[in-house]
Design a protein around this ligand. Structure first.
Ligand code: F6R
Length: 599
């Protein structure tokens, strides 16, 4: 995790760096720091807490210079503290380094360096990079870095500046790094969103490449120091994509963006003849689909299993990427392995898809971040086109992932010569309108949140397509409101969790009127009989349900395959309102970071 940014040019670096850090804050926000170089040397300011703490630091006012690097941290090695915050320096404070990733062999390197007389200040893995550079630096930063990199095991997106150098040198292996080419200035960052408004030309650095940045030119080399070819791309995102547009939080903005983001996922892909995807893989003969993801993306994978099996009759397995990558499991060339990821940078998902490729499986990505590591590793797939998701809790990416999985299922069906259901296609096309109707539950959900915000526990229950929605509802509540919540398939409750039910336990049932409705109603009765509080999310009025539920939220009726999309909206809103009413930082919940680039 962690976010890094740097600038070299004719402008004052400080404000550009702090603004960039704010845009990268979703990557980690326990501490931050900045280093700016001028003729007098390197000025460093570090601070514990979020970027606004750094911004308020009076020491920042004396920081001046036109070359600088900065870092926002999500602690891995060493607790969040000022001393562990980046940038890290060598013994003489002549070099400064920012690093995103993990140096796995840092402790053996540190022992050697300490024996050689180097004095370490922090408990981080990253500080070894600064001391190794000190050892090899003889006036040329790139040359020194090329000697250091082969000694490092692990992952890095890193940058270094030196008191006596007019360059920034960056390197990448396993952590994202993008260069921004301006007019007479250059940037680098962990993510292109930090470069919006500053440049419109970008270059994604590849693994095992370094770049030497000067204010009006740059070089990209491989790890052997040879110049490499690169592709300059256009930065297509506009400033509006990273603003709150009048909403109090990014999360609320992103929840309300879902009609639009789902529409973007469908645009150009659904027409009267069915589904058009640009997947350059023959899916006619695949014998199994394996869906991989983490967290919320794993929940969309679970929905994908239900949908793909329903529409194609191909067996589907779902795995946590972190489990798949280390499990000894047969993978064949007749398998289609799908990596699902909003950020496209999740380390476990990236490693899992690499493993699938090594086993000759067919691989595709369902990814939001264009040109991200997972997207590039997969080579083909379905972009979500949801726009940047900045709230740490995933919302619009989730509904876009489900939409993409439905499209994938229909595409496989078509490829295998199976007929498409026109009514379903029409309903999919009308999904954005259905999501607008679902968002109309907002005020009632806010009232519901007022009633339940002080609950200590919560159970979410659903069946079939909506079992993963129960998991997702529980995850959303846990991660932003810190209320303990469990998601379960409704019928499983009686095999254990029912023991938790008493008059203090709210149970939220997702119960659309599909073929499981009567069964779910029986599960509701079981909870009611034990005095649990019943909240129901359903799609039409019904006397039976009205007589037993304490609270009911209505969403529009849709085809069962589409019901997870309309049902998740009230659950996202519920978590949002509860967290906000508790005065918590909705967009940056404690201990979390949006892009999990460590194992
Ligand atoms: C939850 C959440 C996380 C992510 C997970 C995977 O709201 O955002 O659980 O879903 O870290 O991230 P991506 O999709 O970027 O691979």
């Amino acid at each position: 995790m962690c976010g890094i940014i740097g600038f070299i040019g004719e402008k004052e670096a400080k404000n550009l760096l702090v603004e960039g850090l704010k845009r990268l804050e979703y990557r980690g926000y326990d501490s931050s720091g900045i280093c700016v170089k001028n003729d007098l040397g390197l000025s460093i300011v570090k601070n514990l807490g979020k970027i606004d703490q750094l911004e308020k630091d009076s020491r920042l006012s004396s920081v001046r210079g036109k070359i600088g690097i900065a870092h926002t941290r999500w602690a891995t090695h060493g607790e969040p503290s000022e001393v562990n915050a980046h940038p890290h320096c060598d013994c003489k404070n002549e070099l400064a380094v920012v690093h995103n990733g993990i140096i796995e062999n840092y402790s053996s390197l540190k022992k050697i360096l300490e024996k050689e007389g180097h004095k370490f200040k922090s408990k981080t893995d990253s500080e070894v990079i600064a001391h190794l550079l000190e050892k090899f630096y003889k006036g040329n930063l790139a040359e020194a870095l090329l000697k250091v990199l082969p000694l490092l095991e692990g992952t890095y997106g890193l940058a270094v500046i030196a008191e006596k150098s007019g360059e920034i040198v960056v390197a990448k292996k396993g952590s994202p790094l993008v260069l921004g080419i301006g007019n007479g200035d250059m940037f680098f960052a962990s993510d292109q969103t930090a470069l919006i408004n500053h440049v419109n030309k970008i270059i994604y650095l590849n693994d095992n490449e370094i770049a030497v940045l000067r204010k009006d030119n740059f070089e990209i080399k491989n790890i052997n120091g040879k110049n490499v070819n690169y592709e300059i791309e256009e930065l297509k995102l506009g400033a509006e994509s990273i603003e709150k547009n009048g909403f109090e939080h990014y999360m609320l903005k992103e929840i309300f963006e879902q009609p639009k983001s789902v529409k973007s996922a469908l645009t150009g892909r659904l027409n009267k003849d069915g589904v058009k995807l640009s997947i350059n893989i023959n899916l006619k003969k695949i014998e199994r689909v394996i869906l991989l993801g983490c967290g919320t993306s794993w929940h969309s994978a679970l929905i994908g299993k239900y949908v793909i099996e329903e529409l194609t009759n191909i067996p589907v397995e779902v795995d946590y990427a972190s489990e798949f990558r280390y499990r000894n499991t047969p993978i064949r060339d007749s398998d289609l392995v799908v990596a699902i990821s909003q950020s496209g940078e999740t380390a476990d998902t990236l490693a899992a898809i690499k493993k699938a490729k090594e086993c000759n499986a067919k691989t595709i990505g369902i990814v939001n971040a264009v040109s991200s590591s997972i997207a590039r590793e997969c080579g083909t797939g379905i972009y979500l086109h949801a726009g940047p998701e900045i709230g740490v809790a995933s919302t619009k990416a989730f509904t876009s992932q489900i939409t993409a999985l439905i499209l994938l299922a229909l595409y496989i069906r078509k490829e295998r010569g199976m007929e498409l259901d026109n009514d379903l296609l029409k309903e999919i096309a009308s999904l954005p309108q259905k999501l607008i109707l679902s968002l109309e539950s907002c005020d009632e959900v806010e009232e519901l949140a007022k009633k339940f915000k002080d609950s200590k526990n919560f159970i979410f229950l659903g069946r079939g397509f909506n079992f993963p929605i129960a998991l997702e509802g529980a995850l959303k509540l846990k991660e932003i409101s810190y209320i303990h919540a469990e998601g379960y398939p409704s019928a499983e409750m009686k095999h254990g969790p029912i023991a938790l039910i008493d008059e203090n336990m709210p149970c939220l049932f997702i119960c659309p009127h599909d073929h499981t409705y009567d069964k779910v109603l029986s599960n509701i009765e079981e909870v009611k009989a034990r005095k649990g509080k019943i909240i129901a999310i359903t799609d039409k009025t019904d006397d039976k349900l009205s007589s037993i539920a304490d609270e009911i939220i209505y969403v529009p009726a849709v085809h069962p395959i589409l019901s997870p999309l309309v049902n998740v909206i009230p659950l996202q809103l519920f978590a949002y309102f509860v967290a906000n009413m508790k005065g918590l930082d909705v967009d940056k919940p404690r201990n979390l970071a949006k892009s999990v680039t460590v194992e």
